[in-house]
Design a protein. Sequence first.
Length: 125
Amino acid sequence: MLANGTESHSTIVLKNCHRCGQEFRSDYKDRICSICRMPKERDGKPTSQHLSFREKQIVDLICQARQNKEIAYQLHLSEGTIKEYLNRIFRKISVKNRTELAIWALTRRVSVADTSLRLTSAEAQ
């Protein structure tokens, strides 16, 4: 009991982390230690900045300020699939959000139109 007559419900216990297995002190609700909760640092460069045709389509629509729901409808995909594509694109080009993605795309002029022009000229040869 506390000095003011109320009971304290925050009990600190020793637990094992569900991710790494290390013991840590926590109240009843924590399951993961503070080390595992911290975001992992990325190794300098991204894996590849090459975007697939579908990823470029999504980037084009992001540059047009479309919402995930609109992109999903236009490309005949689910909203969840669009989110997965966006997360993959964010990791590939090391951006954190849609605004950074749009700026990246506009400064590099990444577009589906560029890809289709290359395909058309290659087919003509």
